[in-house]
Design a binder for this molecule. Sequence first.
Ligand SMILES: [Zn+2]
Length: 439
Amino acid sequence: MMRLVFCLLLAVQLQAAWKAGAAKVSITPGESIWMAGFASRTKPSEGVRQEIWSKALALEDAAGTRSLLVTLDLVSIRPHIADAVAAHVKEKHGIPRERLLLNVSHTHSAPIVGDFTSYESRMGEYLEKQRPVIARYTAALPDKINESIDKAIAALAPASLHYEQGFAGFAVNRRRVTNRTWPGPVDHDVPVLAIGSNGRIRAIVFGYACHNTVLSDNRINGDYAGYAQEALERQYPESIALFVQGAGADANALPRNTVEAAERYGATLAQAVDLVLKGKMRSVSDGLTAVMEKPEIRFRPLASREELQKRLATTTGYEREHAQRMLGKLDRGEKVTDRYPYPIQAWRFGREFTLLALGGELVVDYALRFKQKYGWQTTWIAGYSNDVFGYIPSKRVWREGGYEGGGAFLFSSFPGPLDEETEEVIATSVDGIMTKVQR
Ligand SMILES: [Zn+2]
């Protein structure tokens, strides 16, 4: 602690280039609500184990340019929420979209937001009661996120930024649970950005690449990431801890399913962050360059009406439900598009590191590929950013198949799995974006 405090004090005295402000607003539901993530739940939430949050970090560089990082204890964020927040941020604060980064922890113990079509078949008697509850929660969410943003901006004050990475070992490549012969890559890095002011740590941004699926019961909570944030805020009471989900689409914390396990993984991650904070961290020089682009990725095209009708007659469960959803769309004359604008955002912090934030449920191969290419010490990969609409398989995972390789599309309203070229389309765009942001 002493070393970092000294470091932060020195940095603030030498160069008051950065300003920073952080704030949090509770997004804990006030009523029993259907929870997102596990399609198998058969009843709505029963109480709150832990508050869930919208947390915002406002940054301002020496040129006066502002950027906003927002982290949410939610399973996903879709354009109807992201766009509402982006409009507020632009109108009220004049901050453009590429300088707003929205990341969700992917906790499977938070409410559904927006569309819940794929959960309906298991909601039974609760369906009609839950419809207005989910609509109320969804309608109130942008204002709460905006409130956290406004408070973070109001709190802007001279600050120093420090960056380094640690390790935590509990993420397991979960695809091996169903097929032990598959390789098991994981990303155990724990990137940490510490924001100091007046010799105190005011905000701690940290990442890890692993599903927040330790708990699957019906009490609201932030899962291991919630416990990690809580532990850090207890240890550094003047700070706000913001968790950024990485390329954790194919990782689970194992073994799991007990509150004790969620708390233990949270404590492990918090301890890894604390070790980084107490060690030698790199001071982040002035300036944040931001670029955001949305290249088009493609789903496999929709099956013919005849094929869908055949599936309706010959399949069961989620496969049948997907065929039914697609036929419903065709009957209503809705367009089923096989293209999707995929959000890629890069923030270059001074000369020290780049935070590359990609949309969807990103598998680990992307993190390993991009860190290998752009620097293990200087590249922070976030998934689950700006629009979380489904799994983003790498070519390897696509070829292997299974849930993350394509099967998960059955839970969506998209026509089919993403196509084989997805990884290359994304990698080509990332390359262009990294060139722009690093020049
Ligand atoms: Zn997931």
